[in-house]
Design a protein around this ligand. Structure first.
Ligand code: DGL
Length: 261
C-alpha cells in the first residue's frame, strides 16, 4: 500500500492526483488534524510529527511513503530519510523540476505557509538547477483557514488572493508554484488573479507524476504494492468540518478513522 500523510486533510489533493495517476493502488492516508497547522510551527516540532506519522503508516503496511505536506517536505524530509530506509517522496522537488522546465524567463514565484517560505527550500532547489533564476516567495497564511472553512468561492477569499499575489505580479513572474497542499483547491482563482500567461504548478500533480515514473522503473517496489482499490483515511481528530472538506476534496464518500498517535 502507498502511505500518504499531511498535517491535515489538505493532503487529500495529493491523494486525488495519485488516484488519477495510479488508479487501483491501495492507499492509506493519515491527516494529523489534531496537531494541524504545521505551517506556523518550529522545524523541530514538525520533524518530530513527521517521524511519528511515517512510523504509523509503516506499521499499517505502507511500502512507500508520500509526504504530501509542503511544510514537512520543506523542513523535515531529510530527517525522515535519515531515519527510515524506504522509498520516500516529498512534494518540493517534483514541483521545482516542473517549474524550472516550464519557465521561459526563469522568473518564478512561490506561495506557501510561513514555515515553507522561511525554509527557503524552493529557492535553494531552483537555484541548484538554474543559478541564474530569479525566485520570489510570498507566505499566504490566511489561505489554509479559508480553504478549511470551505470559503473557496467567497469574494473575501478572492480579494485576499489578489493582495497576496500582488508583489509576485509586479515582479512579472512567468511561473507560480502552489507550495501548499490546500492551494490546488483555489487554483482557478489563483490563475485568474496572477494572469493566464503565468504557468501555475500544482505540487500535488507533480508528485503523483514522480511516484508513477518511479514505480514504472522500479518494478521490484511496484510488486510490493497491493492494487485492490482500497482507501483508508485516518485522522488524529474528527470534526464535521474535516469530514465535509475531505468529501469535497475527493468528491467521493469517505469514512474517517480516528487514531491517537
Ligand atoms: N499541509 C500544509 C502545507 O502544505 C498546510 C497546512 C498547515 O499549515 O499545516 O504546507
Amino acid at each position: 500500500m502507498i502511505g500518504i500523510f499531511d498535517s491535515g486533510i489538505g493532503g487529500l489533493t495529493v491523494v486525488k492526483s495519485i488516484m488519477e495517476q495510479l488508479p487501483g493502488y491501495d492507499i492509506t492516508y493519515f491527516g494529523d488534524t489534531a496537531r494541524t497547522p504545521y505551517g506556523s510551527k518550529s522545524s523541530e516540532t514538525v520533524v518530530g510529527y513527521a517521524l511519528e506519522n511515517t512510523e504509523f503508516l509503516l506499521k499499517k503496511g505502507a511500502k512507500i511513503i508520500v509526504m504530501a505536506c509542503n511544510t514537512v517536505s520543506s523542513v523535515a524530509s531529510d530527517s525522515v530519510a535519515d531515519n527510515f530506509n524506504i522509498p520516500l517522496f516529498e512534494v518540493v522537488t517534483p514541483a521545482t523540476e516542473k517549474a524550472v522546465k516550464s519557465s521561459g524567463k526563469l522568473i518564478i514565484g512561490i506561495i506557501g505557509t510561513r514555515a515553507t517560505v522561511k525554509s527557503g527550500i524552493y529557492e535553494k532547489k531552483i537555484k541548484a538547477i538554474k543559478p541564474e533564476a530569479k525566485v520570489y516567495s510570498k507566505a499566504c497564511p490566511l489561505l489554509v483557514p479559508l480553504v478549511e472553512e470551505g470559503w473557496l468561492k467567497k469574494p473575501e477569499t478572492v480579494m485576499i488572493i489578489k493582495k497576496y499575489l500582488h508583489p509576485l505580479k509586479v515582479r512579472q513572474i512567468d511561473t507560480l508554484i502552489l507550495g501548499c497542499t490546500h492551494y490546488p483547491l483555489l487554483k482557478d482563482k489563483i490563475q485568474r488573479k496572477i494572469g493566464k500567461r503565468v504557468a501555475v504548478i500544482d505540487s500535488s500533480i507533480a508528485v503523483a507524476e514522480k511516484v508513477k515514473d518511479f514505480l514504472e522503473t522500479h518494478t521490484e517496489v511496484d510488486n510490493l504494492l497491493t492494487k485492490k482499490g482500497g482507501f483508508r483515511l485516518f485522522v488524529s481528530d474528527i470534526t464535521e468540518q474535516f469530514e465535509k472538506t475531505a468529501r469535497a476534496t475527493l468528491k467521493r464518500n469517505i469514512f474517517l478513522e480516528h487514531v491517537k498517535l
